[in-house]
Design a protein around this ligand. Sequence first.
Ligand code: PMP
Length: 396
Amino acid sequence: MTTLTELHDWHRDLRAQFPIITGNPDRAYLDSAATSQKPRAVLDAVQRYLTTANANAGRGTYTWANATTALVDRTRTRVARFLGDPAPQQHSGVHFVSGTTEGLRTVARDWLPHHLRDGDEIIVPFADHQANALPWLEAQRLLAGQGVRITVRELPYDPASHDYDHRALAGLVTDRTAFVAATHVHHVYGGDMNVHRIRAAVGPDVPICLDAAQSVGHLPVDVGTLDVDFVVFSGHKAMALPGTGAVWARNTRGPVFTPGGWNGTPNTCGIAALEAALDWLDAAGPDRVRRWNTALAARLTDGLRTLDPYEVLGCRSSLAADSRVQQREGIVTFRHRGIGSNDLGFVLDSHGLMVRADGHCQARAGERESSVRVSLHVYNGPEEIDRLLSVLRGLR
Ligand code: PMP
């Protein structure tokens, strides 16, 4: 039985839990890599929090203030457990941020400068999201101003598979390599970047920071197996509210991560949403979520392969139906050879198909031309993929 048939009832029950989806049957939301829709359980948790316990956290000592402080502490542990941390808070810590961008910038601003020494080298990606390139360059500039010279090297890519070139990476590592930044799932090509091989390539001592914006909430993320030092993600892409996200820090390689500055009041109702979202995702089953999303993506690439005017970006060999190469993790990006991507985006919207059409915030080594990205989640179904393919087929 195919995954889409096997998980059909599971998907139908989950889809029914998204009011914005069921309330708009003529529209297909195909931009979950930008932000996810929210299930009723998350909306209810926010409503419940704001109508029963709303107060500030970490300040007052009355009932609602204590309940809010407990919510924030509990959700820290919840995040760590969701990421497979076997002993939350023994060394590790969770810091709430507004999303992956702020999380990566916080690591670059508040941790990296304490870790690096004059002459150190760091290895970072330049064809991933710019949020995973610019903060490291900012840190390099900041340190240069203090007389500390850091060399920034590009995390090598294999142009055929669009995966990192783990062998070339091993060749870049020297005794001055002090930090590696990587991405778990690519936000344009949709590939799992096999980050477990990075640890093997760089050895046991180099801290690794993982941009998990497109993996948390989409597939099981386990800090035990990945052996990375930071996991940074956006809660709003994982069913929680906008303005939520977290940095998980292992705190065993290099200095302890202690975000500085005066942060003031935390996003308490966002944290209530994040707690409910992680409960919801665990109940849905991250493994089934992954199987569903990759099966939908495969249906789309299978269809696009037969349509001559379209070029799918990323790994070519994983397009074949019998490919042994891994599938796209719910993200498929393509271009029409004759129609500009922005025009294509408008046309698709006029058919109720909401996709992303632009350069997708890729860093400097990314695509030069814009493209159309379709990104899926559990509320999307095969009929939406078929509808999209049928519109694409009809375009001249
Ligand atoms: N990294 C990746 C891989 C992303 O896909 C995104 C969002 N498109 C970000 C970082 C930035 O996330 P946010 O906008 O939530 O800060």
